[in-house]
Design a protein around this ligand. Structure first.
Ligand code: URA
Length: 248
């Protein structure tokens, strides 16, 4: 765990009311050093890869936005803005929430309201900042009164969301909340079953298979703070996976 993560770890446990913690396993410092070298090498290749794809990715995102603008979805009649994304489109980690809320609709950016602030805090516990990630929603417009998007609205947006994933081409997908997880994992299970498991998002038409994780939605955590502990476990597993696979 990095020093800044240890700080977040301690802050999080203080937040839960825990005052003592004991490490479960000894750490192999030599193995960490070896990984670091490998990571540096991978990072160099990442820069090259990103330099090569930067223009076409931007063009593809621009085209995607045009396609979204002409999508036949009734939600756009009542929304102020289309809400596409925030963060780094070259990130290898893509976060997908449900649909924009009131503040997101006004500002045209995902996760900028209260739930977004909690999401930022949760990610900061494992040393991730918004600038290192690519954040979006599976529905591009705010459903009136922040209601849950219905099946028709979700399926209208889903084809373009799948295209969005192909353009970003991440190595890890994090689904925030039940609606995003169920829709992209094509599952009928709720978030309580889907969280805490290792999944793959698949897009068979394009031979795509991407590791995926599901976490509780921050809005749900605000109403059910008892679930913060399980979310912490999920974030730790995600952090371990990111390190093991050298994703960042
Ligand atoms: N909830 C979401 O799922 N997405 C947002 O952008 C804001 C709140």
């Amino acid at each position: 765990m990095k020093v800044k993560n240890i700080k977040s770890f301690i802050e999080f446990y203080r937040f839960l009311g825990v005052t003592n913690c004991i490490s479960q396993k000894p750490r192999n410092k030599f193995a960490l050093k070896k990984n670091k070298k490998f990571k540096e090498f991978k990072e160099t290749s990442k820069i090259k890869e990103n330099e090569m794809t930067v223009l076409s990715k931007l063009d593809e995102l621009k085209k995607l936005k045009e396609e979204i603008n002409i999508l036949d979805c009734s939600l756009k009649e009542v929304a102020t803005n289309v809400v596409l994304s925030d963060g780094d489109y070259n990130s290898r980690i893509m976060i997908l929430g449900e649909a924009p809320g009131a503040k997101e609709d006004l500002l045209g950016k995902p996760f900028v309201g209260e739930a977004g602030q909690l999401l930022d805090k949760m990610l900061s516990f494992i040393g991730l900042s918004r600038k290192q990630l690519y954040i979006t929603n599976i529905v591009f417009w705010r459903p009136p009164g922040n209601r849950t998007p219905n099946d028709k609205e979700i399926s209208k947006c889903l084809l373009l969301t799948k295209k969005h994933i192909r353009i970003i081409n991440p190595q890890l997908l994090i689904f925030v909340g039940s609606i995003a997880a169920k829709s992209l994992l094509n599952s009928k299970e709720g978030i309580t079953k889907l969280r805490g498991q290792k999944h793959f998002y698949t897009d068979e038409d394009y031979n795509i298979r991407i590791p995926a994780r599901a976490i509780f939605h921050p809005a749900y955590l605000m109403r059910n703070p008892i679930e913060k502990k399980r979310t912490w476990d999920d974030l730790i597993e995600i952090d371990e996976f990111i390190r093991k696979e050298n994703i960042l």
